[in-house]
Write a protein of this length. Structure first.
Length: 221
């Protein structure tokens, strides 16, 4: 793996990868958002014909990123789960096995809106943060626009939006690509889960978007 974009934020380096992940280099920490594990299984239970295997694919991708970058921590910026899972479900067992395989990696989850109620049935074996996770110069949160602005001067890294951009001619029908959206005081990560939608974002003055292409990250604006 090789990063294509390196952001210098308050003297810290955040590397952007085409796998829709970022790495805080100095802390050897992988950053992702919106994995939405369990979504495809939930849809199938409600009679929606969607293929199985997206969760397994995403967990394998995430494990490869951690190993390839030699990271020792993983921070998931909310919506780790799409909905609460029963502790005796196959989906819960799969997540537990995945966590066990990464027993040398510290896994932290900043709870998102889809993670509400997760402890009522089953809570995955990792570290949960109900509020923001503050590690200067960063504030990690799920939804930057709704979170408590504790340490508001800090640079915010978040998810929730699932940002995408249209590329090419005929923009209303042009293909959409997941993007990293760098705002004035924050960075919004693309949704990591392959079985997720996206919201088209248009950067304002002083903002940039970086497309997470199949093989490279490219600055679009």
């Amino acid at each position: 793996m090789s990063e294509d974009i390196a952001l210098d934020i308050e003297g810290e380096t955040v590397l952007l990868y085409p796998e829709r992940a970022a790495v805080w280099r100095e802390r050897r920490t992988v950053l992702v958002a919106d994995t939405h594990f369990g979504k495809s299984a939930l849809f199938r239970r409600h009679g929606v014909a969607v293929p199985d295997g997206s969760d397994e694919l995403d967990r394998s991708r995430l494990a490869r990123i951690i190993r390839a970058t030699r990271s020792i921590r993983l921070i998931i910026l909310g919506d780790f789960l799409h909905a609460p899972l029963a502790g005796d479900s196959r989906e819960a067992a799969d997540v537990e096995a995945w966590c066990a395989a990464l027993d040398d990696v510290e896994i932290l989850v900043v709870a998102g809106n889809h993670d509400r109620g997760a402890p009522d049935l089953w809570r995955p074996p990792l570290q949960w943060h109900i509020g923001d996770l503050v590690e200067p110069p960063f504030r990690f949160t799920h939804d930057a626009d709704r979170s408590v602005r504790e340490g508001s001067a800090l640079f915010t890294v978040s998810g929730h939006v699932h940002p995408v951009a249209r590329i090419g001619a005929g923009r209303t029908r042009a293909p959409r690509v997941p993007v990293f959206w760098k705002r004035q005081c924050g960075l919004v990560l693309p949704a990591f889960g392959v079985f997720t939608g996206g919201a088209v974002v248009i950067p304002g003055a002083g903002e940039q978007i970086y497309a997470a292409g199949p093989e490279r990250v490219l600055r679009l604006r």
